[in-house]
Design a protein around this ligand. Structure first.
Ligand code: R5P
Length: 306
């Protein structure tokens, strides 16, 4: 077994390799003046089961190409299997056609990965539960929810004074599962609308748990799969505060943090933003309210599993 890393999240790959007590292999990458890149696998991989850590994070188009070239290089060099560990898989939100004429970008990306020779994929908290069905190769779909639940237990939130919140209807299944993990803490759902042309988000109304007319000062824990521009989360918190929420905490698996999301989150009435290291958050995107939980142990356990 060998562990390889692309360039999108080498820190995560290092943690996984350290836990498994294996060396980390990084292919050589050379960028030509015209922007084309050359990938070269160093060392022998013949007959090896290779685990390639390569989340498809921004700049996503660049990392799709890089990952495809690494997989191609590994297969040509004789690797017996390539397991792609891509805890965050870009393009997930375009998993179907929203308006006539649109591409199903995620399906195109999946086809590319399968065509170059990815044999299996491991990912965390897909945007929708339908996504695993889009692959022809085996998919290991993991979740950060147990890790979040442990953190919430450690922080001693009380069931009586806490409400879980999904920032949109798309997250309803996720929030129900989370509530089960957290010994049935009640949950609420926000109705969100997004302008498909501009991407602007509007949090229109709040559906409270049975028996509650307003939040009456209860703390809220908002759970989502990802934060990109931050609009969804900030609008959600503003609506919750307008409904008399107490302290607001955010738990999100994928911190994509595009545009000025870190500034929006830091300046919002959120107490703390818990994320995982599925996406590398560079220094310039870190902010005081941010806390990063690692998924490296979960991945290492999964690699070790027979
Ligand atoms: C959408 O359905 C997702 O679950 C997230 O809520 C969304 O992608 C977050 O995007 P943004 O941070 O740009 O509002």
């Amino acid at each position: 077994m060998m562990i390889f890393s692309g360039n999108s999240n080498q820190k995560l790959a290092e943690k996984i390799a350290r836990i498994l007590n294996l060396p980390l292999n990084v292919p050589e990458k050379f960028i030509f003046p015209d922007g084309e890149e050359r990938i070269r696998i160093l060392g022998k991989v013949v007959g090896e089961d290779v685990f390639l850590v390569a989340p498809l994070t921004p700049p996503v188009n660049e990392y799709i190409i890089e990952t495809s070239f690494i997989v191609d290089g590994l297969k040509r060099s004789g690797a017996s299997k390539v397991h792609l560990i891509s805890p965050y898989l870009g393009y997930q939100r375009q998993d179907h056609i929203f308006r006539d004429g649109e591409a199903v970008s995620l399906e195109a990306v999946i086809k590319m990965l399968e065509a170059v020779g990815v044999d299996a994929i491991m990912a965390f908290d897909f945007h929708s539960i339908k996504i695993p069905e889009m692959f022809r190769i085996p998919v290991t779909h993991l979740s950060a929810m147990p890790l979040f639940a442990k953190t919430i237990f450690d922080l001693h939130f009380s069931k009586e004074n806490t409400v879980l919140v999904s920032p949109d209807m798309g997250g309803i299944r996720r929030i129900k599962q989370f509530s089960k993990l957290l010994r049935d803490i009640p949950y609420a759902t926000i109705l969100k609308e997004r302008d498909l042309a501009t991407g602007s988000v509007f949090a229109t109304s709040l559906e409270l748990p049975n028996g509650l007319k307003e939040l009456e000062g209860r703390d809220v824990i908002i759970l989502d799969d990802m934060i990109s521009g931050g609009g969804t989360m900030v609008k959600a918190v503003e609506l919750l505060k307008a409904n008399n929420a107490g302290k607001a905490y955010v738990f999100v698996t994928h911190a994509v943090f595009s545009q000025n999301a870190p500034v929006l989150l830091q300046e919002s009435p959120i107490e703390k933003v818990f994320i995982t290291d599925s996406v590398l958050v560079t220094k310039d995107k870190q902010f005081p309210k941010l806390e990063v939980l690692t998924i490296s142990n979960i991945i290492a356990e999964e690699i070790k599993a027979p």
